[in-house]
Design a protein around this ligand. Structure first.
Ligand SMILES: Nc1ncnc2c1ncn2[C@@H]1O[C@H](COP(=O)(O)OP(=O)(O)O)[C@@H](O)[C@H]1O
Ligand SMILES: [Mg+2]
Length: 382
């Protein structure tokens, strides 16, 4: 990709209006950019902070063309914009990351094939779709071995996944998932889960953040701690893999790479072509947030420093069920000198929905983890 340097007060467009878009546009506005978001939901979190919110579907060509005219560069905050949307925009305005990179990250079949073909370590897997007929499945992933069936597209926060332990369960799970194209993957005994956020510019400058250690509950990120407990060797390798993957994709923007640690070895789980939940801590404990970095990367500016501004930071997600007994008691977080509260402005607190997060900085991993979890537990009135 050729480098275009886009400086304020140019206009940055965001496809998708969730919390990732919201934080990115807040960073862009702070720098003096104008901002436009396209999202069909009039209550989308990013809509409230954008100069202009185009309330239209991602396949609405009139809205897409309007966005292309209004914006000097367009980026995305979710991996599922229809190919048509990015291609249409890219026909007349710079789009970063590229439609190709997003297409790979939004389909587990393409993602796994890309990673495997490029020599990156992935879990043993097999495509399950109408063509495979399930007859020769599972050849690579034996059915007597616990496996995870994941829809190829549109899965997130553990949605669109089923654990299976036999051929009968596999058939049932595939039917339950609607018989759509899936990837069947070996269930791995995880020592830990890590992620690295990488930023890359069109002229191949790269910056990486300290690796985060992530704990998932029911497939949803629950807790994220930096620095990770993993060995220096594993952390160096995670950063190296992250940079190599960004290069292999000729990636422009912020890319998050999720890893499994299995028997001390790294396996690439998946790619997120956007800022990532496991990088939210950068708002409060990195020299440059992942959101400002996204603006810098897609606008071709210098990348900001990514070092930690505290010895340790922990982030916990605040999911909809925290609202079961009414609005949580925010005072406990707001009164805390080393905690920060971030709410996304969503008005429907459904169970499992990411409504906000909080971070705690401190002197040690153990301390910040304990304190973040303690603060969250004090929030619910129930
Ligand atoms: N093959 C696997 N072995 C063990 N745990 C897994 C496996 N695949 C997924 N998981 C668990 O489920 C979580 C969500 O899966 P992931 O593939 O990252 O999908 P999502 O797009 O929902 O984040 C992972 O972070 C991990 O905790
Ligand atoms: Mg994931």
């Amino acid at each position: 990709m050729t480098l275009r340097v886009i400086t304020p007060p140019a206009t940055l467009g965001m496809l998708g209006g969730g919390q990732l878009g919201r934080f990115t546009l807040m960073a862009a506005r702070a720098m003096g950019y104008r901002t436009v978001v396209l999202d069909p939901d009039p209550g989308a979190p990013a809509g409230a902070v954008a100069d202009e919110h185009l309330v239209a579907g991602y396949d609405d060509v009139t809205a897409l063309d309007r966005m292309a005219v209004a914006c000097d560069v367009v980026t995305t905050e979710f991996e599922n914009p229809p190919a048509l949307a990015l291609d249409r925009l890219a026909g007349s305005t710079p789009v970063a990351p590229s439609p190709r990179a997003v297409a790979i990250a939004q389909d587990r079949r393409l993602e796994k094939a890309f990673l495997e073909d490029s020599g990156f370590p992935v879990a043993p897997f097999q495509v399950v779709d109408a063509d495979s007929g399930l007859a020769d499945v599972p050849a690579v992933v034996p059915v007597d071995h616990p496996s995870v069936l994941k829809t190829a597209r549109l899965g997130y926060d553990g949605k669109g996944q089923r654990e299976v332990g036999s051929i009968t369960e596999l058939h049932a799970a595939w039917a339950e998932l609607g018989g759509v194209p899936c990837v069947l993957e070996r269930a791995l005994p995880l020592d830990a889960e890590l992620s690295v956020v990488v930023a890359r510019t069109a002229d191949a400058r790269v910056a990486t953040y300290p690796v985060a250690e992530n704990l998932h509950v029911n497939g949803i990120l629950d807790l994220c701690v930096v620095p990770s407990w993993a060995s220096a060797h594993v952390l160096d390798r995670a950063v190296g893999l992250g940079m190599a993957i960004a290069d292999a994709l000729d990636y422009v923007g912020v890319l998050a790479v999720e890893f499994f640690v299995v028997n001390g070895e790294l396996i690439v789980n998946e790619l997120a072509p956007r800022p990532h939940n496991s990088g939210h801590w950068t708002l409060d404990a990195a020299r440059t947030s992942q959101f400002e970095q996204q603006v810098r990367a897609v606008c071709g500016l210098g990348l900001g420093a990514t070092d930690l501004t505290a010895p340790a930071v922990a982030m916990v997600n605040l999911l909809g069920q925290l609202w079961d007994a009414g609005e949580p008691d925010w005072a406990v977080v707001l009164d805390h000198p080393r905690a920060k509260l971030h709410l996304y402005g969503k008005d429907q607190p459904r169970a499992g929905r990411k409504m906000g997060h909080l971070t705690v900085v401190g002197d040690s991993r153990e301390e910040v983890e304990t304190e973040a979890v303690r603060l969250r537990s004090m929030l619910s009135r129930g």
